[in-house]
Design a protein around this ligand. Structure first.
Ligand code: SF4
Length: 299
């Protein structure tokens, strides 16, 4: 396994206002690095058919495809075997953080006594990393000193929590933390969507259906101007967004499983994650934010 050093996992680079340093930090820290992890997501989490897995698996039980070296034996055929949930999962870097820093160089296989605390801490760390992801993007894109300061404080607080020891980590009230961050994320969402026109350029029939938690599963939204649209928590399963412009569209929590993103412009979409992109369909023409990787299964 690749060794993760303490120095690879640094605190957020404040000196705030240094957005290029923040971008560099996001690229380096908020990226999953499976060779630097002991396959935590393949053991700690629960699988079920409703989440895109062909089998049910209890949390804490290793997936039958996880090999002794912590690699996946069916990595190259996940989709064909029905493991869409694995393709669509991204720990954002929480896994290598746990195995490299919180439990340095200790695997759950070599030290079974540590399994339970490690898996419980992984679940919390994953939530913290998700918050870091959204807060750091919000800070990158927000306007105004008050909001910038509030986001900076929230980010520093969340970052410092990730350095806690396992006992303290599992006591974190993640819901309260999220609720506190949410008001800032919403405010930045309104700012960014406003800059891009709040989805007002979409056709009238579509405009009426846009909005928070909109159910747009299977809906044809292709080749449309969806700039600044509010798609917060929207259900976009198998919807057609091909060749649409989603600049400034807010996609936090949107379900993009099997959505068609071929040729779509998401380069400036807000709160888009690698997991959402991995679970969708796209191609070489799909434009993504710089921080996200083009999924290898896209043609
Ligand atoms: S199928 Fe592979 S990636 Fe998915 S949980 Fe099992 S070992 Fe991990």
């Amino acid at each position: 396994m690749k060794e993760v050093k303490d120095t690879d996992i640094t605190h957020i680079p404040f000196e705030a206002g240094n957005i290029s340093a923040l971008k560099e930090w996001r690229l380096r820290v908020l990226k999953s690095d499976c060779p630097g992890c002991y396959g935590l997501c393949c053991v700690a989490l629960h699988f079920s058919a409703s989440e895109g897995f062909p089998l049910d698996k209890a949390p804490g039980k290793p997936c039958p495809h996880l090999m002794a070296d912590f690699k996946c034996e069916v990595h190259d055929s996940l989709a064909a075997r029905g493991y869409k949930g694995c393709i669509g999962f991204d720990c954002l870097g929480a896994g290598q953080r746990l195995t490299g820093v919180t439990f340095p160089s200790q695997s759950w296989r070599a030290a079974p006594k540590l399994s339970r605390p490690m898996f419980e801490a992984f679940v919390v760390m994953r939530h913290l990393y998700e918050l870091l992801w959204y807060l750091s993007e919000a800070l990158e894109r927000c306007e105004g000193k008050r909001l910038r300061r509030a986001l900076q404080e929230a980010l520093i607080e969340t970052d410092s929590l990730t350095f806690l020891d396992p006992e303290a980590l599992v006591k974190i009230d993640v819901n309260a933390l999220r609720a506190g961050a949410n008001e800032f994320l919403i405010e930045v969402g309104e700012q960014v969507r406003g800059i891009y026109g709040n989805g007002k350029a979409a056709p009238q029939s579509v405009r009426q259906r846009l909005g928070r938690y909109a159910d747009l599963a299977g809906v044809k939204l292709g080749a449309m101007n969806l700039k600044g649209a509010n798609l917060r928590g929207a259900i976009l399963i198998a919807s057609d967004l091909s060749h649409s412009d989603l600049s400034g569209a807010e996609l936090i929590g949107a379900d993009l499983r099997d959505a068609n993103l071929c040729g779509a412009n998401l380069a400036n979409a807000l709160y888009l994650t690698q997991a959402q992109v991995n679970s969708a369909k796209g191609d070489r023409e799909t434009q993504l934010p710089e921080i996200l990787d083009r999924p290898v299964h896209w043609v």
